[in-house]
Design a protein around this ligand. Structure first.
Ligand code: C2E
Ligand code: MG
Ligand code: MG
Length: 902
């Protein structure tokens, strides 16, 4: 793993780069500076030499000129000696002398004119006299100074502007001693222009300043060639005599004319204390050098800039590289971390199937490989090290084969491979080729997945409560059994088992008890069949037993199936211990046989279900064999149900009333009996549709409709004195009564209509009451408290103990029609009816005999003091209006009889 470069190390590299750049820039600066300095020095030296040369040249030129002038002035005596000697004492302005002087003056280009003055300064002869030109006289003080010299030397005067020629000139004078001892003065007027030309000889275009001055600094002639040749003047400069020492090589100081810093070279002339100087302003001296400074400096700056930029680029490049490396390192670290925290194991192999990398999870899967695995190890070695753990008991050959097969898979990896580790865990291995021909092997722990799959399988095919096969597995098994019967010619039987009144148990004792019962039923069923048979739970309280391998003979097979089904009924009817309670239960069993000719499993199951339904209709604890006619009944039932659903919305229900009379034939009230007026079916009696409605929730809405209609009827009767005393009985079905809010519903009906509760009688059947006695009693008491009265309908059919009667807040018992109709014919029924009547009397209950059809039955009942009568003998159920007419008629008759009796 590559470690990222530490921060200070990264900075060091960048500092080193910048250090190098600084050193290089400094070197360049130093080199360039010293080069320029040397050049400057050389330039200065060269310029000094040049100045010295110029000064020397000027010195020579001026010396020569002055010497020539000096000679010229000095020789005037020789020239003029004769005339002057001849005319001694006579006037010197002798024309000849003038001509001679003119000739002398013409000898020198530098002289404007020459004159000869006497000791008092008067002109004796003049070159201009010959030409007739007017000339300016030399200044008298100059003349006086010249004449006053003890040793005759050439005196050079101050430059001045000649008024007549308007020319700047200078006078030179030399005393001339005539042979006669006469002291004269030869004076020459020299235009400064001529001297300037001498000074400038051979200096070319160099921009220098040239001066001709006295040692005292007094300027005689100044020339500056800087901006073209010009005559420059200044008051006076520093004395030159002080600089004598340096003069030979020139010196640094101020230029002699402009006084700016520069280089100066001076030469003392051989006349008097005259000097010529050449000076060059520093700016001029170093002009070339400065250009070089710009050039070289510019180049150096460029180089330095290039170095700095290169350094910057290099530094930024290195910084970028380091950043990139840091990022790569970080990514790598992240990858390592990700690999380390992967839930799956991972091994990376190179193209030669050598280990490159793996993660900790891999080692967790295969801890024994910790000492084997390392980068570069061939995967075969890894496999060889692991095979001992995978196939501990295998022979060496088997192990070799395992490794060989495993290696062969890697040549062409495809799909996944699953391995079971010695720890019992399952690992799914996925191999993928990498682009460079290597291999990525991922080990994924699928133990939980496999366990979940097994659990799902269990859930998918087995009932979690009883552990029995569920409907899906059952259907599969039936299909298999059908296929088997096809081969063997044997029969099979399907027993559809439904527990009776299971819902009541669930509702009263709770679901936990219900579950306990179902589990025990499951155990009993499994114990009651052969091992090859199948016991399944479809859901709820429905179980199925598939009996396989019944004889090929149908009669025998049927008999065996009946026997087993009977045994199962017996088994299931035995008492159960649920917690601390003993519970009695029973079951309804539907049986169907199947063989090679049978239809699909679903159809077989449906047949058994239909048979069970029939058994259920027999109030349970019975078994029924499937009969195709059952199916027809079922179809009819389905169509009836479909029509029934429409009956309420289409207002097809009617109430018929069957009158009830006392022993004296007085009308006491009526029982409301429901009729269904169907457009095609006609007037359908309740016996046909009430059971169907009771199988679905339809009965709730229908029952409610009857209750509401009855209450409304009672309200109507309340308004009529002849009807107001009559009571109305309403039949209540078990499902309706079992609604938790049934008492409240009845209460609402009474309140909403305003009917008097005392006139309402609810008929509960004996089976309804027996289903859940405690719930029944509770609800009856609630309603009884309101004033509602109760009759026990169809009494005598339940065959159960009469003891509970004392606990019920009953008002009446209705002896079932079946007993009444046998009166006088079946002695046992006579006894039953007598017993009922006697017992009811003891319990202070009224008895209604229903279904009284014959006077004989009537007589029997009357003989045994039955109080109330209902039956065709007196009146059939009739429409409400008819009943009301009857009741009104009776009411009037009663009133008449009462008035009569009074
Ligand atoms: P149930 O409550 O026992 O009603 C008496 C049945 O006996 C009525 O039959 C009635 O017509 C019939 N009956 C009365 N006197 C005689 C007689 O002398 N001879 C014969 N053979 N029959 C007689 P119905 O109206 O067909 O009703 C049958 C059953 O339908 C009723 O038996 C009752 O259990 C149920 N039922 C009728 N109306 C309703 C209702 O509104 N709600 C509920 N839940 N059940 C009802
Ligand atoms: Mg009834
Ligand atoms: Mg009845």
């Amino acid at each position: 793993m590559t470690q990222p470069l530490p921060l200070f190390a990264r900075n060091q590299v960048i500092v080193a780069i910048w250090g190098l750049v600084c050193v290089l820039v400094l070197s360049v600066a130093t080199g360039v500076s010293s080069l320029l300095w040397n050049q400057r020095q050389a330039e200065l030296a060269e310029q000094a030499q040049q100045l010295a040369r110029i000064a020397a040249g000027a010195e020579v030129g001026v010396n020569r000129t002055l010497l020539a002038l000096d000679v010229l002035l000095a020789t005037t005596e020789e020239l003029l000696g004769q005339p002057l000697a001849a005319g001694a004492g006579s006037a010197i302005s002798e024309p000849m002398a003038d001509r001679l002087l003119a000739a002398v003056a013409r000898q020198s280009l530098n002289v404007r004119h020459v004159a000869l003055l006497d000791a008092s300064g008067r002109p004796l002869a003049s070159s201009s006299a010959a030409t007739g030109r007017l000339v300016d006289d030399p200044p008298p003080d100059f003349v006086a100074r010249a004449l006053a010299q003890r040793v005759p030397t050439l005196l050079i005067g101050e430059p001045l502007l000649a008024p007549r020629s308007a020319e700047r000139v200078i006078y030179l004078a030399r005393p001339v001693l005539l042979p006669g001892g006469q002291r004269l003065l030869a004076v020459a007027q020299v235009p400064l222009e001529a001297l300037a030309a001498v000074l400038l000889q051979g200096i070319g275009a160099t921009p220098i300043e040239l001066t001709l001055e006295r040692a005292s600094g007094e300027l005689l002639l100044g020339l500056a060639t800087a901006q073209g040749l010009s005559d420059a003047a200044r008051a006076s400069g520093p004395p030159l005599s002080d600089l004598w020492e340096q003069a030979a090589n020139g010196w640094h100081g101020q230029t002699r004319l402009r006084g700016v810093p520069g280089q100066v070279a001076g030469r003392a002339l051989m006349y008097g204390d005259l000097w010529v100087t050449a000076s060059l302003a520093q700016s001029e001296v170093l002009r070339d050098w400065q250009q070089q400074v710009w050039l070289v400096g510019g180049a150096a700056l460029l180089l330095a800039l290039t170095l700095v930029i290169s350094g910057g680029l290099a530094a930024s490049h290195i910084a970028r590289m380091q950043r990139a490396r840091a990022e790569v390192a970080q990514s790598k670290a992240l990858l390592d971390q990700a690999l380390a925290s992967m839930v799956s194991g991972f091994v990376l192999l190179d193209a030669q199937h050598r280990v490159v990398q793996w993660n900790p999870r891999f080692e967790e899967f295969f801890p024994w490989l910790a000492s084997v695995i390392q980068p570069g190890v061939s995967f075969r070695q890894v496999l060889e090290a692991t095979v001992h753990y995978h196939l501990p008991g295998a022979s060496a050959e088997e192990k070799r084969e395992w490794v060989r097969l495993r290696m062969r898979r890697q040549v062409q990896p495809q799909g996944t491979l699953e391995q079971r580790l010695p720890s019992g865990r399952s690992v799914q291995i996925t191999e993928r080729m990498t682009p460079d021909g290597g291999l990525v092997i991922v080990y994924h722990d699928v133990t939980e997945l496999r366990q979940a799959a097994a659990e799902i399988e269990l859930l998918a095919f087995y009932d979690p409560l009883t552990g029995l096969p569920n409907r899906r597995l059952l259907l599969r098994r039936i299909d298999e059994a059908c296929a088997a019967t096809e081969r063997s010619g044997e029969h099979g039987a399907l027993l559809f088992i439904d527990l009776d009144r299971f819902k009541t148990l669930n509702d009263t004792l709770g679901h936990e008890m219900g579950d306990l019962l179902l589990q025990q039923v499951g155990h009993r069923l499994q114990a009651g069949v052969r091992s090859g048979d199948v016991v399944a739970r479809l859901g709820g309280d429905e179980f199925v037993v598939a009996l396989l391998h019944l004889p090929p003979d149908l009669a025998l097979a049927t008999e065996q199936a009946r026997t087993v089904a009977g045994q199962i009924l017996g088994l299931l009817a035995r008492p159960y211990t649920l917690g601390e309670q003993i519970h009695h239960s029973s079951a309804s069993v539907g049986v169907t046989l199947f063989s090679q000719n049978s239809q699909a499993a679903l159809e077989i199951l449906k047949q058994a279900d239909i048979a069970m339904y029939e058994a259920k209709a027999q109030h349970g604890n019975v078994l029924r064999f499937y009969d195709p006619a059952m199916q027809t009944v079922l179809h009819q039932r389905a169509s009836l149900l479909a029509d029934l659903k429409q009956a309420l919305p289409l207002q097809q229900f009617r109430l018929h009333l069957q009158p009830q009379f006392d022993a004296h034939g007085r009308l006491l009230g009526a029982e409301a009996l429901l009729r269904w007026q169907h457009p095609e079916r006609g007037l359908v009696p309740p016996g046909l549709f009430i059971p169907v409605a009771e199988d679905s929730d339809l009965i709730l809405a229908i029952g409610q409709w009857v209750l509401v209609s009855a209450c409304e009827l009672l309200v109507r009767w309340q308004a009529d004195a002849r009807l107001a005393r009559l009571h109305l009985s309403v039949n209540v079905s078990a499902r309706q009564f079992r609604q938790a809010d049934f008492p409240a519903l009845v209460g609402q009906c009474l309140e909403a209509s305003g009917a008097r509760a005392q006139r309402l009688e609810l008929e509960l059947t004996e089976t309804l009451v027996l289903e859940d006695v405690n719930d029944t009693i509770a609800k009856m008491h609630q309603l009884r408290a309101r004033g509602v009265r109760f009759a026990l309908d169809d009494f005598g059919t339940g065959y159960s103990s009469l003891a509970y009667l004392t606990r019920l807040p009953l008002h009446r018992l209705k002896i079932d029609r079946s007993f009444v109709q046998q009166l006088g014919e079946s002695p046992s029924d006579d006894v039953v009816v007598q017993t009922i009547l006697g017992m009811a009397r003891n319990l202070d209950l009224e008895v209604v005999a229903e279904g009284v059809e014959t006077p004989r039955q009537h007589a029997f009942l009357q003989a045994h003091r039955c109080a109330i009568y209902q039956g065709y003998l007196f009146a059939r159920p009739m429409p409400i209006e008819e009943f009301e007419t009857l009741a009104r008629g009776q009411g009037e008759a009663d009133a008449a009889s009462v008035s009569f009796s009074i």
